[in-house]
Design a protein around this ligand. Sequence first.
Ligand SMILES: Cc1ncc(C[n+]2csc(CCOP(=O)(O)OP(=O)(O)O)c2C)c(N)n1
Length: 320
Amino acid sequence: MMQEHDHGLAARLYRKIRLIRRMEEVVAEIYPSDKIKSPVHLSIGQEAISVAFCDPLRRQDVVSMTYRGHAAFLAKGGSPKGMMAELYGKRDGVAHGIAGSMHLVDMENGILGASAVVGTSIPVAVGYAMAIKMRREDRVVVCFLGDGATEEGVFPESLNFAALHRLPILFVCENNGLAIHSPLANRWAQPDLCRRVEGYGVPAHRFEDMDTLVLRTWADERIGAIRSGQAEGPYFVECPTYRWLQHVGPTDDHDQGYRDDAVAADWRARDEVERLGGALPAEIRAEIDAEVEKIVADAVAFAEASPFPAPGELKVGAYA
Ligand SMILES: Cc1ncc(C[n+]2csc(CCOP(=O)(O)OP(=O)(O)O)c2C)c(N)n1
């Protein structure tokens, strides 16, 4: 039985995870209509990591993410309306409708953005952490990356630089075991990622399970330590997770033959949306679900009503 004061935290985490899940489910429903103009890399099944690691952050803290970034965007406080309009290619999108799902950005809420090129948001996040350090601010950067991104040369370069300059950054690897259709066993000679990371002088920790509350407690302590300077320098954390749907697009892809169906079924049975929701009293859960449905419906209506950008606006924000 949960204590009364736990409902605050559990309800907050559930509201976030439920919002992300429902936004993406609705994106998947709308997608075949061709109203959504951008490819979508859905994070369904992986949302808990973004929720847990963004919860302890302040608005002025910064996250960078990957092209699979809807969860981090929403968890950090990005606008559901701005996100949906961006996917629709509409002018009121967070990038004026000219960038799409893979490039969500919102600096007012500390969302540094993402890139379609694997690994490229990592050095940008490190650069931001360098600026924070030089300005002696007490802000923190959380850099989300996939397991595939650790295979890019820029990953060890960034680790080395962050360790050398003792930067206030937490690298969070969302290890779903897949890079498009390639499983880890076909890609890593040394499966112990944390050991590789530690070789660069960055302390690292691996979780064995994806439990939102456990991750959130750990994140709160670690981010607090980085912020206060008590744990000066970068830290790396590896979180196991599972992508339920195809690499890009709205559907399941179990017919493609690259997945182990038993592993997939096990992850689905341990769905964090259900775990968090199930721990709340039914009436609180129902209230949150209703609120979330309204937010998602409002986001869709907003995107539908927003105009397309004019051709002359194509270069808005492209050059400074
Ligand atoms: C530099 C670069 N190489 C290859 C690709 C093609 N590509 C797109 S996504 C992807 C897999 C990346 O996997 P991971 O980092 O684990 O992220 P996930 O898709 O699992 O979230 C690859 C190889 C790319 N976009 N950029």
